[in-house]
Design a protein around this ligand. Structure first.
Ligand code: SAH
Ligand code: SF4
Ligand code: F3S
Length: 449
């Protein structure tokens, strides 16, 4: 009988993509996936270390698995992802019911570790910093419409607050040939959208010796795809967004009108302490350049409040930046000290109450902006790529605009994977409501409903 596996995923898109790769590897080795955690012989928790709240959630989950493991000792419980890399064996010492610890660069070692556990009845740890391989065939994608494609791994930026470079290692880009091969396969099997992933996609290609940079890669993807009509990417570091890339955004029809550009803070003093490598003035100029080239672009961001040494005035600079730029979405976080990072030992660590108050203040302002941005969509018509049936209402389907706004509207399952024109009739702070329109190329599809 084949063993069944179940994967729980925390963290960013890179982790979601890794979970698909892990599922692909296990399937390749004869395991089958199950949707029922109680049914699984192998359970993997793919973890995130980026903030304390993320780690605490995962530790709580691990704690709860203690009883499950006691009831079913033959169950293999594995921890992979960023926390596995950062905590290593320490995690096993704290939670002896964990059987496997697998590092972020060692995905393809998983079947070997499971065998070791089964055969020797012993736990197994592999968090070697030597990446095992970066070419894994992703055969277990969650969606049949949109696909994630890793174009690079790791990060070299060492922002002073961030644990990612320590848990994901140095930047390693995949060759353009193998990226294109993967994307062409997706194109042939009917995918409509790809999202190119990396911690800092702008430095793609610096290490391949191919003389293909990120903008060149976008041109290639745009040119070599037919079914795929949309290209997204994340994340870009503001310090290296060359004019060539901005031009590509404006010139290549498939690149979506959405740019995630983490600002992190609005005070030059804090940006310097964060080791971000740009000033607020530079950031404003960059936003202007993007909007000059693509006027309807939706700019989204990440912001941290309560960084060590952040005074009330510094915080006001962040609020001012948010007011000036008018982001479509701002992901706002309280600074959380991470192990090994320089910021964790900086002077001027702030009390939680201060961080919390600033977070609420920032959220209030950003929410208001997001609500207004979304409200401005009401009455306009947008092309929406239909992705799924609304799990809370099966008469509704949902998809996204080029600007990455989620739109819910009445429609049937058959429309999944199709582009339809939708008139926006309502809005909230996270999503829009719409009605399909009958005009133009939509007419045929509309009749099906
Ligand atoms: N590579 C991406 C994002 C990585 S982590 C980038 O450079 O933008 C995602 C977001 O988490 C970051 O943009 C940052 O806003 C936030 N973050 C990272 N470390 C953090 C910390 N120690 N405390 C609070 N937020 C943090
Ligand atoms: Fe972290 Fe900075 Fe790298 Fe992003 S660019 S992953 S914030 S170190
Ligand atoms: Fe992503 Fe969290 Fe790791 S944000 S890279 S899963 S620390």
């Amino acid at each position: 009988m084949t063993e069944k596996f179940y994967i729980i995923t925390h963290g960013c898109q890179m982790n979601k993509c890794d979970s698909e790769l892990l599922a692909s590897i296990l399937t390749e080795h004869g395991y089958t996936s199950t949707d029922e955690v109680d049914d699984a012989d192998v359970i993997l928790i793919n973890t995130c270390s980026v903030r304390d709240t993320a780690e605490r959630k995962i530790l709580g989950r691990l704690e709860r698995f203690k009883a499950v493991k006691q009831e079913r000792p033959e169950l293999i419980l594995g921890v992979c992802g960023c926390m596995a890399q950062s905590w290593g064996k320490e995690l096993m010492d704290k939670y002896p019911h964990v059987d496997i610890i697998l590092g972020t660069g060692r995905l393809s070692e998983l079947p070997r570790l499971i065998r070791k556990c089964r055969e020797l009845g012993k736990s197994a740890v592999d968090i070697s910093e030597e990446p095992s391989e970066i070419e894994i065939d992703n055969t277990m994608r969650e969606s049949s419409v949109t696909a994630w494609v890793n174009i690079m791994y790791g990060c070299n930026n060492f922002c002073s607050y961030c644990i990612v470079p320590y848990v994901r290692g140095r930047e390693r880009s995949r060759s353009s040939g193998s990226i294109l091969q993967e994307i062409k396969k997706l194109d042939e099997s009917g995918y409509r959208e790809v999202t190119l992933l990396g911690q800092n996609v702008n430095s793609y290609g610096l290490d391949t010796g191919e003389n293909v940079d990120f903008a060149d890669l976008l041109v290639m993807v745009d040119r070599e795809t037919h079914n795929i009509k949309r290209i997204r990417f994340t994340t870009s570091h503001p310090k290296d967004v060359p004019q060539k890339l901005i031009n590509a955004l404006g010139d290549l029809p498939k690149i979506c009108n959405n740019f995630h550009l983490p600002a992190q803070a609005g005070s030059n003093k804090i940006l310097k302490l964060m080791n971000r490598g740009y000033t607020r003035e530079y950031y404003f100029k960059l936003v202007d350049k993007l909007r000059d080239k693509v006027p309807d672009i939706a700019i989204t961001t990440d912001l941290i409040v309560g960084f060590p040494g952040e005074t009330e005035e510094d915080f006001q600079d962040t609020l001012d930046l948010v007011q000036r730029v008018q982001f479509d979405v701002g992901f706002c976080f309280r600074y959380s000290p991470r192990r090994d990072t320089p910021a964790a030992t900086m002077e001027g660590q702030l009390p939680e109450e201060v961080k919390m108050r600033r977070l609420h203040e920032l959220l209030e302002i950003q929410d208001e902006i997001s609500v207004a941005k979304n409200a401005a969509y009401v009455g306009t018509v947008h092309e929406v790529l239909v992705e799924k049936v609304n799990p809370r209402d099966d008469l509704q389907i949902s998809g996204r605009t080029s600007t990455n706004k989620i739109v819910f509207f009445n429609g049937s399952e058959e429309l999944i994977g199709h582009f339809v024109n939708v008139r926006i009739v309502g809005s909230g702070n996270w999503s829009l409501r719409g009605e399909m329109i009958k005009e133009g190329e939509n007419a045929d599809l509309y009749e099906k409903v």
